[in-house]
Design a protein around this ligand. Structure first.
Ligand code: F6R
Length: 247
């Protein structure tokens, strides 16, 4: 289903409320909630809202477990460019989540341990009962997580090569495309499709074209986000400009 809002702020409030209700509902049943998290600009306002709900309404994250979609490779967790740093600054440092309940692919794992590490990342998600809500942005290449064109519906957590469009979109924050890592560790399309509920966000006219391809185009590995058409509980949250090319 597609939900269009006047702007990203309105849509983000909605998403944060949805997450908060699920956390509270599961907590009342004595259950933990497993969130799949994204980085980048799209989820920033959702994280702001969650922090506000924590500070002003006492929403607790002590029973929340998180798994992030991806991390650049190689990447030191201490680097200003790391997604570890991003998540701390934009969410984790401002809520009562227990650090051992947060998981982000290790960008400094030695290459010879990578295969086993990715397998374990998948297993950990399954051990805690699977992802309840997966938050996603979408790249202009059609990627979700860092599943670039060519990624199959059954792909799992693995090392991938980033598309040029993706590296060029990241170039300003890295001060030039030559500084953007060429690879990343990402959950697979298959990992994402296993989440019980998916919330994809796309704001602004630069995403309008790929949003149309994702929602109205054929299901194809040329647009990995199009695989979400096969998910039975997937919502696309759009702002007016993100939705402008939909028929
Ligand atoms: C980030 C991620 C990416 C981004 C996508 C959109 O963890 O997995 O798929 O969601 O590149 O990025 P923004 O939100 O910066 O436009």
């Amino acid at each position: 289903t597609t939900h269009t809002f006047s702007d990203a702020a309105e849509a983000s409030k909605h998403i944060a409320e949805r997450i908060a209700s699920l956390i509270r509902e599961r907590e009342n049943q004595g259950k933990k909630t497993v969130l799949g998290l994204a980085t980048g600009s799209s989820p920033l306002k959702v994280y702001d809202e969650l922090i506000k709900l924590h500070q002003e309404e006492g929403l607790s994250f002590r029973n929340v477990i998180t798994f992030n979609l991806d991390e650049y490779y190689p990447m030191s967790p201490d680097s200003i460019h790391s997604y570890v740093r991003f998540m701390k600054e934009n969410l984790f440092d401002h809520i009562d989540i227990l650090p051992h309940n947060t998981h982000i692919p290790k960008g400094d794992i030695p290459q010879e341990e990578l295969y086993e590490y990715c397998k374990q990342y998948e297993e950990k998600i399954q051990e805690v009962g699977g992802i309840d809500i997966q938050l996603l942005g979408i790249g202009r290449s059609g990627h979700i997580g860092f599943n670039e064109p060519g990624s199959t519906a059954h792909s799992k957590t693995r090392l991938v090569t980033l598309d040029n469009v993706t590296r060029s979109d990241a170039s300003s924050s890295f001060n030039g495309i030559e500084n953007v890592p060429r690879r990343a560790i990402t959950m697979g399309v298959g990992t994402i499709l296993k989440a019980k509920q998916v919330c994809l966000m796309a704001w602004g006219y630069t995403k309008a074209h790929i949003v149309k391809a994702m929602i109205e185009g054929p299901v194809t590995d040329k647009v990995p986000a199009s695989f979400l058409q096969q998910h039975e509980d997937c919502s696309a949250f759009l702002d007016t400009s993100g939705s402008q090319q939909l028929t």
